[in-house]
Design a protein. Structure first.
Length: 171
């Protein structure tokens, strides 16, 4: 592929294509960009870990919520120091605030009330300082009540050997 790229873009190709290839080559050789990329990977790796925990199969459902607390702490404590890329501390602060806002939006989109409930019921996190906020806890307990009610209905259906709730005795 490298040979085809060189023959088509460096030796063949239009002047515009050769210019684009040269620009790309300069970007790859720029050490500052590699430093920024290294920082970006360091900054985003915990987010990737948190997202992976949400997709994992297994008994770690409570850890999904926990991983978002860890990501939030990571982003809140990061210095966002990209060498040579920021003008003043204000730029860094604005980027940090933007990142934390985006994280909150992503957290609301990604986490479901089942994650909050699992976190609240997981003995590993019972004494953790970070707990779901009031809205998340309310939703989690509402889900728990729904699950209990559904379980009770299923038990009653099985006990009376019927398939439909309307067939259950009135009392």
């Amino acid at each position: 592929m490298d040979a085809a790229f060189k023959s088509q873009c460096l030796r063949g190709g239009t002047t515009e294509q050769r210019g684009a290839v040269e620009e790309a080559a300069k970007a790859v050789r720029d050490e500052g960009k590699w430093e920024a990329l290294t920082l970006l990977v360091k900054l985003l790796r915990p987010l990737a870990t948190a997202l992976d925990s949400g997709q994992a199969n297994g008994r770690g459902l409570g850890s999904v919520h926990r991983s978002f607390y860890e990501v939030e702490a990571h982003f809140a404590n990061s210095d966002y120091d990209i060498p040579g890329r920021w003008g003043d501390g204000g730029d860094r602060l604005r980027f940090k605030q933007h990142t934390l806002r985006c994280l909150q939006e992503g957290k609301r989109y990604t986490l479901r009330r089942i994650h909050s409930m699992a976190y609240l019921l997981d003995p590993r996190y019972t004494d953790a300082a970070e707990q779901p906020d009031a809205a998340e806890a309310t939703e989690a307990f509402a889900l728990l009540k729904e699950l209990v009610a559904a379980h009770d209905v299923n038990v009653a259906l099985a006990l009376h050997d019927v398939d439909d709730e309307s067939s259950l005795p009135a009392s």
